[in-house]
Design a protein around this ligand. Structure first.
Ligand code: TRP
Length: 471
């Protein structure tokens, strides 16, 4: 069967940046930055994007292009064992779970965009958000958001996703840039810029490990790793495209979008005397609404701001829906039309459930998603670093030009460093779920130990000659 593919490499890159740049950049990033010491978090985050995010993204793209299929088929072919099916299925379920909550938040954003011109939520932001964020109104806007995403996916990779990304992503950058400039003209923003941009070495030294966890988590989340969405996008890619170059472009563009969002959100909050970082992501809706409510031209700026977030959320949502849809097409020979309809119905129901049940929503959007993404990414790293090795290096080098030389350090990082970092994040999430307060040293020790056990188990079960020894 003929698979759809990207018309151009630029189209792929824009779609991948579209997947990466979403609520994570404009919502989660400023809020995490605010919670974790501002500039200290920014620096740590940038280092982790380079050291962990970039090699991780490369691993997922390598799997996608080498496997030339959606997660189930790709992993089954690549590891040559039946384990590929449950692993790939786990990815597909992750995207469904993610989109269920993502689409609910997308619905909030849609509502805030449509109602911004009327200033509906400026007067009583707190009550308004409480009313809008769950219950039947939230279900309605979730369904509306999901429909937009579904229509794009319905048209397929080249005619739907690529075309839309080529318009929406540049629009996000231009609008965010405009908003950042507007913000700079507002009074009383100096404290916000200082908090965000004046590097505070002292804070970092005293809070190093407190900042490390959230910064590493954000570096992986923002690049859409561990769900098989990037893998799926890469499966539509040409053989001669340089994966390392594309990875760098994707990571840099995505980071620019996150940093720009911080340049809008943080100074705005400070200018209103609102202390950011308290009360989690919901509070940001409230705080921003308060800020927009008291600024001149606030209704217009709020409209532009939420519209920008909406575009970013849609381009992430399409990669989340594309993964299960394309899996049904690849593995069950379903038509794209039917597959889109079916998956949209499923997520309509699961998302509505989350929109109605507040505690469930918080549980799924927080720890459940974190755990699923880290397990998914750990599996990708294990496959690339422990099983494929030389095949992965070959895929890295195909079309890579001068960047070929980075293949060896990359594969070493993927097999020895990244799995421990990801396992550390998993340990941290699981420990806090179990209300265990483990010291950092303890969590590091568990992470190293668990990684070694997994490594032994994986290398024992793969008897084939794929595991060329590297030393
Ligand atoms: N990167 C997206 C954002 O920043 C969110 C995301 C995380 C995601 N994991 C994903 C999107 C997997 C698609 C697939 O908003």
């Amino acid at each position: 069967m003929d698979r759809d593919s990207w018309v151009s490499n630029v189209g792929f890159v824009l779609a991948a940046v579209g997947s990466a740049a979403g609520l994570g950049n404009i919502w989660r990033f400023p809020w995490l930055t605010a919670e974790n010491g501002g500039s200290a978090f920014l620096v740590m985050y940038l280092l982790l994007v380079i050291g962990v995010g970039v090699p991780g993204l490369l691993a997922e793209l390598v799997l996608g292009r080498r496997g030339r299929q959606t997660p189930i088929g790709a992993l089954r072919t690549l590891i040559g064992s039946r384990w590929g099916t449950p692993l790939g299925a786990f990815n597909v379920i992750t995207t469904v779970v993610m989109l269920s909550f993502y689409s609910v938040v997308g619905g909030w954003i849609l509502r805030y965009t449509l109602l911004a011109p009327t200033g509906a939520y400026f007067a009583q932001p707190q009550q308004y958000f409480r009313h809008a964020s769950h219950g039947l109104p939230a279900v309605g806007f979730h369904l509306l958001f999901l429909t937009i995403v579904a229509i794009i996916v319905y048209f397929g990779v080249s005619r739907g996703i690529e075309r839309v990304s080529k318009i929406m992503l540049p629009a996000v950058v231009v609008l965010l840039g405009g908003l950042a400039i507007w913000t700079a003209t507002q009074p009383n923003t100096a404290a916000g810029y200082a908090f965000y941009l004046d590097f505070d070495g002292n804070y970092l030294a005293t809070h190093f490990f407190d900042v490390l966890g959230p910064a590493a988590g954000q570096a992986l989340f923002t690049l859409s790793l561990g769900a098989g969405a990037m893998l799926t996008y890469a499966s539509y890619l040409d053989e001669d495209v340089s994966l390392p170059r594309d990875t760098l472009v994707i990571a840099i563009s995505n980071t620019v979008i996150g940093v720009l969002a911080g340049l809008v959100v943080l100074p705005l909050l400070f200018s209103q005397g609102i202390s950011p970082g308290q009360g989690g992501p919901g509070a940001l809706f409230v705080a921003l609404a308060t800020a927009f409510g008291s600024l001149p031209g606030g209704a217009l700026v709020a409209t532009v701001f939420f519209f920008t977030v909406l575009l970013a959320a849609v381009t992430s949502g399409i990669s989340l829906l594309e993964t299960p849809v394309a899996t049904l097409v690849d593995n069950y020979g379903m038509s794209r039309r039917r597959a889109t309809l079916l998956m949209t119905l499923v997520i309509a129901v699961t998302g509505s459930g989350l929109a109605l049940a507040g505690p469930m929503f918080r549980f799924v959007s927080g720890p459940v998603v974190d755990v699923m993404l880290t397990i998914g990414l750990f599996a990708f790293l294990a496959i690339v670093g422990w099983i494929l090795r030389q095949d992965a290096v070959a895929e890295f080098q195909r079309g890579a030009g001068r960047l070929r030389g980075f293949a060896t350090p990359w594969v070493l990082a993927v097999s020895w460093v990244l799995p421990v970092v990801v396992m550390f994040l998993l340990t941290t999430t699981l420990a806090s779920l179990a209300s265990l307060s483990l010291a950092t040293v303890m969590r590091v020790a568990i992470a190293v130990f668990a990684t070694l056990i997994c490594r032994t188990a994986v290398t024992r079960t793969t008897h084939d000659d794929a595991g060329y020894s590297n030393r």
